[in-house]
Design a protein around this ligand. Structure first.
Ligand code: PLP
Length: 369
């Protein structure tokens, strides 16, 4: 058996004719920075997300960083982030000279726990930055109510959740601004780096547009000290092809997730919990087991690829040694990091492969007990 965690080449094989044509068209166009492909993708992605504006940038980290800059986050400010996330959410805050203030997740959804946010708010807090982790939407209404009450802005990290819905409405403009990554392994992935922000706030969209391009609106006139963070037109052209397939691909992910739920209930694993109001994008299918390393080893031996998202929480990374958090500072997140294992999921995984994964997981768990 050989079931990889994710087969990135499969999307190209499925759409080769369309992707080749999009690349050839872009090469022939003479537009290698900005231009019609980037603008068309921005329009199509904004429409898809139900937002009035999308601005393409170089990657997901820049999307987060420029969104915070556009909201004037800087030294002395605090931004509330999940303790359980990929480190990019924190790094974007640090890049502004501001301080990430971690809040523990709900142990069932793995997403930031709204009930714990208010205790972390100080006079320096400017932004709450929930992450829709593993493709599961965070509880936006609860977060937005707290933000409104305290006069804070909300930056969503949507890097893992393209196409997910919260209370029936696609992510893209619940908060002030949403940051997206098109890293190849994401649900909507480029063939290289890419990112975007979506927002209904015309001023934020405008500021991010200026920041991504050297702080310049008119060539050689620099209003602010900006960055070079632009979405490559070749990537935009490829993303346009893939965006048209995103819903179908997410539906395949969802079918695999439903199969896993059915096949793994009662297996002894903790399975993902999906609140009534959530329609996840199933970027990852994350289970928990007290011996996840041993389980991973058994699955590797059985030819099944798994990954750990993530082995070390941000507050225990040496990158954040200066914040002086210790083991035990964020126990809910630490427990999650200790026990999680991500099973194969993706648009190219067949349901019969998923069935093989279920059988292998069940027999491995039995062998471990
Ligand atoms: C992938 C990811 C990012 C960063 O995206 P890049 O395009 O790699 O910079 C940010 N946040 C989360 C939650 C991610 O999964």
């Amino acid at each position: 058996m050989n079931i990889p965690f994710l087969d990135l080449g499969a999307a190209y094989r499925e759409l080769q004719a369309d992707i080749d044509a999009a690349v050839a068209r872009t090469l022939a166009s003479g537009h290698y920075i900005g231009g019609p492909e980037v603008e068309a993708f921005e329009n199509e992605f904004a429409t898809y997300c139900g937002a009035t504006h999308a601005v393409g940038v170089a990657n997901g980290l820049d999307a987060l960083h420029l969104a915070l800059r556009a909201m004037d986050v800087g030294p002395g400010d605090e931004v509330i982030v999940p303790s359980n996330t990929y480190i990019a959410t924190w790094l974007a805050v640090s890049q502004c000279g501001a301080t990430p203030v971690p809040v523990e997740p709900d142990a069932c959804t793995y997403n930031i726990d709204p009930a714990r946010i208010e205790a972390a708010i100080t006079p320096r807090t400017r932004v709450i930055s929930p992450v829709h982790l593993y493709g599961q939407p965070a509880d936006m209404d609860a977060i937005l109510a707290i933000a409104r009450k305290h006069g804070l802005r909300v930056l969503e990290d949507g890097a893992q959740a393209h196409g997910a819905r919260y209370k029936g409405k696609r992510l893209g403009a619940h908060g002030d601004v949403v940051a997206w990554s098109f890293y190849p392994g994401k649900n909507l992935g480029a063939m290289g780096d890419g990112g975007a922000v979506t927002t209904n706030d015309v001023q934020l969209a405008d500021r991010i547009q200026v920041l991504r391009n050297y702080g310049s609106r008119v060539k050689y006139v620099n209003e602010v000290q900006g960055y070079n963070s632009r979405l490559d037109p070749l990537q935009a052209a490829i993303l346009r092809v893939k965006l048209a397939h995103l819903d179908e691909w997410n539906a395949r992910r969802s079918a695999i997730a439903a199969g896993y739920r059915l096949g793994l209930t009662g297996s002894g694993l903790i399975l993902p919990f999906v609140p009534d109001w959530a329609e996840p994008a199933w970027h990852l299918y994350v289970v928990q087991h007290p011996q996840r390393e041993a389980l991973q080893k058994k699955l590797t031996e059985a030819g099944i690829g798994t990954l750990i998202h993530y082995p070390i929480p941000p507050h225990l990374q040496s990158a954040y040694a200066a914040l002086a958090y210790e083991q035990g500072s964020f126990p809910i997140s630490e427990n999650i990091h200790r026990d999680v294992l991500s099973l194969p999921i993706g648009p190219s995984l067949s349901l019969s492969d998923a069935e093989q994964v279920i059988q292998a997981v069940r027999s491995s768990v039995v062998a471990l007990s």
